[in-house]
Design a protein around this ligand. Structure first.
Ligand code: NAI
Length: 686
């Protein structure tokens, strides 16, 4: 057998060891070639046969990441997509049908098709390391677990638990997987050979779900479980926006979890999903997310041309010093310590650092679960009023008050004490780097690292290049962003960078609508109807009305209108969630909304009026090259603000409905509401 992606060995016990090692890749994914080869191996083993089969991965990062998305994106028709699904099913069915014991030995990530192959084996053993995760994330790409996952997982662990995993796309660690019955044993990877041998030579009974879990698959109960799941899904997403979760429920309930049984014209069929714009948009976002990840490495991306001289910038940040332990600095420090970096945190007095350390402790308790890991993270977060950490740091991040004069003073004191290879960064949201760089001996080492609030939840970080920032410093800042598991977006240093600049006119328009007498609930409903995860008024209250005010001032164009209610709220110190009152009254972190409905208001027209200024500003950012290209505008707004993911971002929203139609909307709005709707000159070259 001539194999490119798999390696087959047999030992003296007549056990077969099949290792997945996708050729030319650092990650295992299933291309049709890799699947076909697996099919050949299984045919060969059936004819052999060995006493048992262990399937492993040769890749350091994990067992398998699922289907080859690159191949999937090149698929040109629903028929071809279906053929890819049928192939996977046929091969995994063959694995399942093998007459001897089979075990998947899972380390690192095991996603989608990887999990589906593991489910086709008789047993699963999982490494107990912190990076090991198993899941079926297809829903996030707008598709269904189509290689048997929607059939085998509910049978193995019960439908309630399986639907929960399939509908959220959430992956579980080894402890949780064992508890759910998804894996038979958990052991460190170094014990895999012995664990596999034992499993195959003395096969235990197969895992069967408990009675309650098994009952969820019974005919009568199945409908109840499905309708509960449907209700939960409906609270989170509409079917016309996100068809995949609904398709997953129907696939399981009506078609035994097997995509081959679904009629082509059924809304849960591969053809229906494949032809739905959401699916394409979600897959595109997934690949763009990979692009942002790759920006952490020097490479060929047009947005990323830097190569660093050896030793000129840190390869890795081992020690971070953060100046300013307020809302942002405190949370940046805590997050970086969570990700394994030693962090010294400086502020004017110990009592200003204490709340940040407390928030850090809460974060570690929630995220790390095990006490000793939380304690280790706490040990890495070091209060440092004297600023002794500056001299040891590979990176210094300044997050003090938004005042250029004060920042310059701090920079002038700090720079001479830094290591020659260290980088200086500012978290400023609005001050151009060139205004701060003047006091520095080496302005090329200053970069903007702009986090979003709340730091622990927001994935995007804007990496801001001032006119003097060197390419290698940009590159090192992008690499640091990946080190702390965030997504870097390289931006030019211009007011608002990308995210605040595009968000601001959208929030402003919403607040002007409040001034016109529209209820905040109606405005928020219109944005949610468009597909935003949260309405703009609720978002403004969450961000803080003082901050909205300041950003609005900063980005105001000549002749732009300041929302009166916003001004009144700020003057009355009604700042939104943090003060308990803003546009809404907030109780226990929730806005109190009236539920009288939106009446006869045309939500679609309202959404157009909200979104059009954001699209217009996106076009302006593209024209000004705030980010390198349209894809980065889209992915930046999705990961920076949650811009309706199913629509694929602002530029994709323009493409989907058509430039001419959006221009007409802008012109109509301009006629009614004034010059703030003037189309940017960039539309001409879009
Ligand atoms: P904050 O007011 O909560 O915290 C600032 C902290 O800096 C205070 O604890 C203060 O004592 C300390 N500080 C002031 N002068 C200092 C000095 N000379 N040395 C040491 N510490 C000093 O402010 P926040 O909201 O954390 O903002 C900090 C920076 O982050 C600003 O540049 C802001 O534009 C930026 N930012 C803020 C965001 C937000 O949502 N709040 C989002 C993204 C960036």
């Amino acid at each position: 057998m001539d194999l490119r992606h798999w390696k087959l060995e047999t030992d003296s016990d007549n056990l077969a060891w099949l290792t997945f090692d996708r050729a030319g890749a650092t990650t295992n994914t299933f291309s049709s070639e890799a699947l076909r080869e697996l099919g050949q191996v299984v045919d060969h083993l059936r004819a052999m046969p060995p006493k048992g089969l262990a399937i492993l991965s040769a890749k350091e990062n994990g067992f398998a990441a699922g289907a080859d998305i690159e191949e999937f994106t090149k698929i040109a028709s629903a028929e071809e997509a279906m053929a890819f699904l049928v192939l996977g099913n046929e091969v995994f069915d063959k694995v399942e049908a093998l007459a001897f014991p089979t075990v998947a030995m899972v380390h690192g990530f095991c996603m989608g098709g990887g999990t589906e192959l593991a489910l086709a084996c008789r047993y699963r053993v999982m490494d107990d390391g912190p990076k090991t995760r198993m899941g079926l994330p297809e829903v996030m790409l707008g598709i269904v677990p189509g290689w048997g996952g929607a059939k085998r997982m509910p049978q193995l662990i019960g439908a309630a638990a399986a639907l929960d995993l399939m509908l959220t796309g959430r992956a579980v660690d080894a402890r949780r997987a064992k508890k759910l019955g998804l894996v038979d044993a958990v052991t460190p990877r170094r014990h895999f050979p012995n664990a596999a041998k034992k499993m195959l030579l003395e096969p235990p009974p197969r895992h069967a779900p408990g009675l309650m879990a098994a009952a969820t698959n019974w005919a009568g109960v199945r409908n109840i479980v499905a309708s509960q799941a449907q209700k939960q899904v409906a609270q989170r997403a509409r079917r016309d926006h996100y068809p995949a979760p609904y398709a997953i429920i129907e696939l399981w309930r009506d078609f035994g979890g097997d995509v081959r049984n679904v009629p082509k014209d059924h809304p849960a069929s591969m053809a229906s999903l494949y032809n739905h714009p959401t699916t394409r948009n979600l897959i595109r976002i997934f690949t763009l997310q990979d692009r942002l990840k790759a920006l952490g490495k020097p490479g060929t991306d047009p947005a990323n041309q830097a190569t660093a001289r050896p030793g000129s910038v840190p390869n890795e940040v081992r020690h971070l010093h953060v100046i300013g332990a307020g809302a942002m600095g405190g949370d940046i420090a805590a997050w970086c310590a969570l990700r394994g970096i030693t962090v010294t945190l400086q502020d004017l007095a110990p009592e200003r650092i204490a709340p940040a350390v407390k928030r850090g402790a809460d974060l570690y308790r929630k995220r790390l679960k095990q006490k000793h890991l939380a304690q280790a993270a706490m040990d890495r977060l070091i209060p440092d009023v004297a600023g002794n950490g500056v001299a040891r740091a590979d990176l210094v991040i300044e997050a003090i008050v938004e005042n250029a004069e004060v920042k310059r003073k701090v920079f002038a004191q700090v720079e001479p004490r830094m290591k020659p290879t260290a980088i200086l960064a500012s978290n400023t949201s609005s001050i151009p780097l060139q205004e701060l760089a003047g006091v520095l001996q080496r302005p090329e080492r200053l970069v903007g690292i702009h986090f979003f609030n709340p730091v622990a939840q927001m994935q995007l970080v804007e990496i801001v290049q001032g006119p003097q920032t060197s390419e290698e410093v940009m590159q090192a800042a992008q690499a640091f962003t990946r080190q702390i598991d965030k997504l870097p977006l390289p931006c030019k240093s211009a007011p608002g960078f990308l995210v605040n600049r595009v968000l601001s006119p959208y929030l402003n328009e919403a607040m002007l609508m409040v001034d016109e007498g529209l209820p905040p609930e109606t405005i928020d409903a219109a944005a949610k109807d468009f597909g935003m995860p949260m309405g703009p008024i609720e978002l403004a209250d969450m961000v803080g009305l003082d901050i909205c005010w300041a950003v609005g001032q900063e980005l105001a164009k000549p002749g732009s209108t300041v929302p009166k209610k916003l001004q009144a709220n700020v003057e009355a110190k009604n700042l939104g969630m943090k003060s308990g009152k803003g546009f809404y009254t907030w109780v226990k972190g929730k806005p109190q909304k009236t539920t009288t409905g939106t009446g006869s208001v045309d939500l679609k027209a309202l959404a157009d009026r909200l979104v059009a200024p954001a699209l217009n500003e996106s076009v302006a950012c593209l024209r000004e090259r705030i980010v390198a290209d349209a894809d980065l505008v889209d992915v930046g707004m999705i990961f920076g603000t949650g811009f309706a993911p199913h629509r694929g971002g602002p530029i994709q929203t323009i493409r989907a409905r058509g430039k001419a139609e959006w221009l007409k909307i802008l012109e109509d709005l301009k006629a009614r509401h004034g010059l703030r709707f003037e189309p940017d000159s960039g539309w001409a070259s879009l």
